[in-house]
Ligand binder design. Structure first.
Ligand SMILES: Cc1cc2nc3c(=O)[nH]c(=O)nc-3n(C[C@H](O)[C@H](O)[C@H](O)COP(=O)(O)OP(=O)(O)OC[C@H]3O[C@@H](n4cnc5c(N)ncnc54)[C@H](O)[C@@H]3O)c2cc1C
Length: 456
C-alpha cells in the first residue's frame, strides 16, 4: 500500500511508525521534523522549546514509548509544587480540585479572598442547575455562574491557559475536562446538580486510586528529540522536509499531492493543524473542509533562558500568572531546573517563560529583544530572581504560530462533523492535536487510531 502522510509532527511520525509495513512517504513543510516537539541543543544540554512533559499516568503512551525502546529514557519530575501569581503575590497553587475548580472555598481562599471563598461554599445551598446529559458549556461560563469570577480569573484560566493557551471562557467543558462533564451527566440523572458535588466526587474517586504507581508526569532525559527521532528512524518511511503540500486531488489511481513526489497514493493521512487540513481537503472533501474552518488556533511564544546560578530562584516547579494581572506580560514560567532533577544536575538555572493566550498576539509580534527583556523583568517582578545579575548564559526564543487549537464548546461537534463527512471519502484520515486532544498521549493514541483506520 502506498501511503502519504502530510506533516512530520508527533501525529504524522506516529502514524508513519504504525504503518511501517507499507510504502510510506512523509511530507513536512519546514526544514525539520517534530512539529511542536522541538529540542534545541543548548551548550548545557538538549532543551525542549515546545512540549516539555507528558501525562505518564496514561499507560498506553508509556507502553508505546517502551515499544520504541525508550522506556529507560523517561525521567520523573521533582514533585515540587507550583505557584500562582495573583494580586502581586506568588502563592501556592491549590492541590486537588479539577484544573483549579475547587470543591471547597478553603482550597483557594488564599488566592481569591474570604468573600469569594464563602461564595464557593455557598454553592451547595443555592438551587442546583439543570444539566442536560451530553450537553456542553464553556468552562468559564459554568464556573463563573456557580462560584463567581475570581476563581476563574485567578486560578482556572491560569491553569487551563498553561495547557491550551486559552482562557477558561474560550474552552469547552466536555473537550477539556471530560471527566467533569461526565460526572455532571451522571448526577443530572437525579435532577438539578451542584458543581461542588461533581468536583468533590471526582476528588473522592481520585483519592481511591492506588498510590505508588510512579509519577503523574514524565519527560525524556535528552528531550523530546529522543521520541521524534526514534519514530522517524523506526518508521523506515521516506521523509521529505521543506516539502509544503498545497493540495490533494483524486487521480485514476488514488490521490496526488501538489508539492509531493510525482506518484499516486492509495491512502493519505493529514497530520497537520486544522486550518491547513481544511485547505488541503477542499478538493477531495469540501464539506469536511468547510466544517473544519471553524477551528481557530492560539499562538504562543516560549523563551528559554539559562543562568549561571540558581540562587534566589524559588524552590517550586514554576509559576502561573492570573488573568488580567497588571504589569506582567508572561502567562507562566517553568523553573525547569527545579522541576526536573536531570536538568538540575547541569548546574545553574534553566527557566522557560511562556507568553500568549488566544486572541492576544502581542508577544507574537514583539521583537526578540523585547521578549527577553519582558521575560527577565517579569521573572524578577514575580519571584525577585534577578536574571541579569544571575548571569544569562544562553537564550532561545521560539514563536509558535498556531501553537494549539482552541477547544471551545463547539469543538467536539466540529470534529464529529468532519469525521462524518470524511467517512464518505475513502482512503483519507486525519490525525493530530485538533482531532483527539492536545496532550502528547492523546496525539499518539489518535495517530495510531488513524493509522489503523486508513488501512480498512
Ligand atoms: C509551547 C507548547 C508547549 C506544549 N507543552 C506540552 C506538554 O508539556 N505536554 C503535552 O502533552 N503537550 C504539550 N503541548 C502540545 C503538544 O506538543 C502538541 O499537541 C503536539 O505536539 C501536536 O502534534 P501534531 O502532530 O498534532 O501537530 P504539529 O506538531 O503541529 O505537527 C504538524 C506538522 O505539520 C507540518 N505542516 C503543516 N502544514 C503543512 C503542509 N501544508 N505540508 C506539509 N507539512 C505541513 C508542520 O510544519 C508540523 O511539523 C505543547 C504545545 C505547545 C505549542
Amino acid at each position: 500500500m502506498r501511503i502519504a502522510i502530510i506533516g512530520a509532527g508527533l501525529a504524522g511520525l506516529t502514524a508513519a511508525y504504525e504503518l511501517r509495513e507499507n510504502d510510506v512517504d512523509v511530507y513536512e513543510a519546514t526544514d525539520r521534523i517534530g512539529g511542536k516537539l522541538y529540542t534545541v541543543p543548548f551548550e548545557a544540554g538538549p532543551t525542549d522549546m515546545g512540549a516539555e512533559a507528558f501525562l505518564s499516568r496514561r499507560t498506553d503512551a508509556v507502553e508505546f514509548i517502551s515499544e520504541l525502546g525508550l522506556k529507560d529514557s523517561l525521567v520523573a519530575p521533582s514533585g515540587l509544587g507550583s505557584l500562582v501569581y495573583a494580586g502581586g503575590r506568588a502563592l501556592p497553587l491549590p492541590r486537588g480540585g479539577v484544573m483549579g475548580i475547587p470543591s471547597t472555598g478553603q482550597a483557594v481562599a488564599h488566592l481569591v479572598g474570604a468573600e469569594a471563598a464563602a461564595r464557593i461554599d455557598a454553592e451547595s445551598d443555592a438551587p442546583g442547575f439543570t444539566w442536560e446529559a451530553g450537553g456542553d458549556v464553556s468552562v468559564g461560563a459554568l464556573v463563573r455562574a456557580r462560584y463567581g469570577d475570581e476563581v476563574v480569573d485567578v486560578v482556572v484560566s491560569a491553569l487551563l491557559g498553561g495547557v491550551y493557551s486559552c482562557s477558561a471562557d474560550d474552552l469547552g467543558l466536555r473537550a477539556t475536562l471530560p471527566q467533569l462533564a461526565g460526572e455532571l451527566d451522571r448526577l443530572a440523572a437525579d435532577g438539578p446538580v451542584h458543581l461542588r458535588d461533581a468536583v468533590g466526587n471526582l476528588e473522592a474517586s481520585r483519592a481511591e486510586l492506588p498510590t505508588g504507581q510512579g509519577s503523574v508526569f514524565s519527560t525524556f532525559r535528552e528531550g523530546y528529540q529522543e521520541l521524534y527521532e526514534a519514530l522517524a528512524e523506526k518508521s523506515g518511511a521516506d521523509i521529505y522536509v521543506d516539502a509544503f503540500i498545497s493540495g490533494i486531488s483524486s487521480s485514476a489511481a488514488g490521490y496526488r499531492l501538489a508539492g509531493g513526489e510525482d506518484k499516486d497514493y492509495d491512502r493519505v493521512i493529514l497530520a497537520v493543524p486544522a486550518p491547513t487540513a481544511a485547505l488541503l481537503l477542499k478538493q477531495v472533501a469540501p464539506e469536511a473542509a468547510s466544517a473544519l474552518s471553524a477551528v481557530k488556533l492560539a499562538n504562543s511564544v516560549v523563551v528559554g533562558m539559562r543562568f549561571a546560578t540558581d540562587a534566589g530562584l524559588p524552590n517550586n516547579s514554576g509559576v502561573l500568572v492570573a488573568s488580567g494581572e497588571q504589569g506582567v506580560r508572561a502567562k507562566a514560567f517553568t523553573f525547569s531546573s527545579r522541576k526536573w532533577p536531570h536538568l538540575a544536575k547541569r548546574g545553574g538555572a534553566l527557566v522557560r517563560a511562556s507568553f500568549g493566550r488566544f486572541g492576544d498576539d502581542v508577544a507574537l509580534r514583539a521583537s526578540e529583544d523585547d521578549l527577553v527583556d519582558w521575560a527577565l523583568d517579569d521573572l524578577q517582578t514575580i519571584t525577585g530572581f534577578d536574571g541579569r545579575a544571575a548571569g544569562l548564559e544562553e537564550i532561545y526564543t521560539q514563536r509558535w504560530f498556531g501553537g494549539l487549537p482552541r477547544f471551545d464548546a463547539s469543538h467536539l461537534a466540529t470534529v464529529e462533523a468532519v469525521r462524518g463527512h470524511l467517512a464518505g471519502t475513502a482512503g483519507i484520515e486525519v490525525a493530530g492535536a485538533w482531532v483527539g486532544g492536545v496532550g502528547v498521549p492523546d496525539v499518539i493514541a489518535g495517530a495510531r487510531r488513524a493509522a489503523a483506520e486508513v488501512l480498512r
